[in-house]
Design a binder for this molecule. Sequence first.
Ligand code: TYM
Length: 346
Amino acid sequence: MAEPVQTPAAFPRRIFSGIQPSGGITLGNYLGALKRFVEKQNEGIETIYCMVDMHAITVWQDPAKLRHATREGAAAFIAAGIDPARSILFNQSQVSAHAELGWIFNCVARLGWMNRMTQFKDKAGKNAEAASLGLYAYPALMAADIMAYHATHVPVGEDQKQHLELTRDIAMKFNHDYGVEFFPIVEPVIEGAATRVMSLRDGTKKMSKSDPSDQSRINLTDDADTIAAKIRKAKTDADPLPDSLDGLRDRPEARNLVNIYAALAGLTPSQVVAENAGALFGSFKPKLADLAVAHLSPITTEMTRLMQDPAEIDRILGVGADRADAIARPILDRVYDITGMIRSRR
Ligand code: TYM
């Protein structure tokens, strides 16, 4: 028989976040998300991290490449410092609560809300008629990823802010429509110097795994020479660095390199300009390249080592999925009770 509905008033602090295996992990993903996931884990907060393979197929993915990217992403998490014993690390499709709650949320979210999602507009481009229904519904699945764990805090880059606002709207509407206080209202955690790392070729565009130009991004799989060459060739201007951040206001490429430097060095962008005032890019870029290589090379080396044993990565993801399922399943059962679904099998 179904349990009576419980409505917890307060929610313990719990972190959830995810990365799509739709390509390699970029420096943007690393500085905006992964590096901060590790910090949260090390602060002792309960942390749940996911390779969101079901999000990835909202645009076409070659199956073999998807499997590879999922394992490589998991390897990047571990190489960057995620400890699968302390954090839960898994791939989304192994925990069916995501898809099941995603459907319920499709029935809560309103078309008007989805129509405002800028990322859908960007990704669907001019030919929105040919985009998949999944791409349109994607933010409701993202809300389900978070709410399936009653997560309270979600570390992300700036580009996910609107999706987290939608997650709050969906949770509030569910709670309101069913007269419960069942879902927490999530807090976006968008902090640090690199919440929006820009393309190395165009300081007005986000660094992205899907940019056709590999020169526009640093991948966590790039070797030291490639990283150094990409930074050396990064678009900049001819002016020296100013002595305050105000002087970077209309210099997006320069500002981007300063932000990257700050995030890698654990400084604020103001400290970076103060320390490098008057420097030309001819000297600042090699310094940045050295810093990036020193920081990223150990991660790349460890990723390569982990990727030599894909079965071990799959094992880790499986264990993580069991642990994730143990949290999500009882929450989903209560969602079914709240919404009036008969649940007589267990
Ligand atoms: P995705 O896979 O595009 O990116 C993963 C994380 O990296 C951040 N990020 C960046 N941060 C700074 N600068 C950049 N250039 C940059 N590019 C990406 C993203 O903000 C993100 O934090 N919809 C999500 C994945 C997702 C998710 C979730 C996240 C699915 N379900 C639930 C949090 C909670 C996405 O496409 O991220």
